[in-house]
Write a protein that binds this ligand. Structure first.
Ligand SMILES: NC(=O)c1ccc[n+]([C@@H]2O[C@H](COP(=O)([O-])OP(=O)(O)OC[C@H]3O[C@@H](n4cnc5c(N)ncnc54)[C@H](OP(=O)(O)O)[C@@H]3O)[C@@H](O)[C@H]2O)c1
Length: 220
């Protein structure tokens, strides 16, 4: 069974994730709206979040209050600061999603550190199979995606997202690089556009607007 997947992002009015001037306190306050079993991020997001953490920084300790698993797609085996990332600051533990193309040395590195991993897919992580295994092996029923446009895009194009939540900040950013909340190959017809049903709209502090939508699945 697939878990229920919620995409939660902050973006400028033009949908960009770079320089949206996010109130992070508000962003995480809203993220707590869903009592999820796990949070899913891509490797680029985790590398960016921990870029300033020295590789020899003290290991994070597990917190008895932490309820949520951190799940990270790292098909190329790029993340190595697991001792700092694994439990910090809110994670009960971490699971890494890999593919059969992930370097074996990396899988060994994870095993030596006792970090659980899932192998799904040949060249890249098969996100559908990985989500099913998260549910079957680790009991993940709901998962919040906190990632950038690349992982969002792959999940959206694969039809794996159920809800979309965007904190729209009062900024326009512009630019030509692919930094939107949904980065994926261009559509060749409108047929692939994903229909949404508005479920919530609210003006919050700092003139931000919180919108939530349910994805309308073709079988509904
Ligand atoms: N504003 C916000 O709300 C917000 C939230 C989170 C992150 N961010 C920002 O977003 C930026 C990172 O975004 P990003 O889009 O560059 O990276 P990302 O979301 O971290 O996505 C990259 C990950 O997605 C995987 N991936 C991409 N396409 C795939 C596919 N078709 N099948 C399987 N896996 C696939 C990649 O796999 P491989 O492992 O194989 O490379 C990689 O692990 C950072 O700057 C971060 O700060 C913003």
């Amino acid at each position: 069974m697939l878990p229920h997947v919620i995409l939660h992002n902050a973006a400028s009015v033009d949908g960009r994730m770079d320089w949206p001037n996010v109130d992070l306190g508000l962003y995480y306050e809203l993220a707590a709206h869903w009592p999820v079993d796990a949070m899913l991020s891509g490797s680029e997001t985790i590398l960016a979040a921990y870029a300033a953490t020295p590789a020899d920084a003290p290991a994070a300790e597990p917190s008895p209050e932490a309820q949520t698993l951190l799940v990270v797609v790292d098909g190329r085996g790029r993340i190595h600061k697991w001792t700092q990332i694994r439990y910090s600051p809110y994670w009960r533990d971490t699971i890494v999603l890999c593919s059969r193309a992930t370097p074996i040395e990396y899988i060994t590195e994870l095993q030596e550190q006792g970090i659980a991993h899932i192998i799904a897919g040949d060249d890249r992580v098969d996100l559908c199979a990985a989500l099913e295994e998260l549910n079957a092996r680790f009991g993940v029923k709901t998962i919040r995606v906190d990632s950038g446009g690349a992982l969002n895009g792959a999940l959206l194009r694969a039809g794996l997202i159920d809800e979309v939540s965007v904190l729209i900040t009062p900024t326009l950013v512009g630019g030509t690089t692919p930094r939107s909340i949904f980065t994926a190959p261009d559509l060749t017809s409108p047929d692939g556009a994903i229909p949404l049903k508005l479920t919530h709209v609210e003006q919050l502090r700092g003139e931000t607007v919180w919108v939530r939508y349910a994805i309308v699945k073709s079988d509904e």
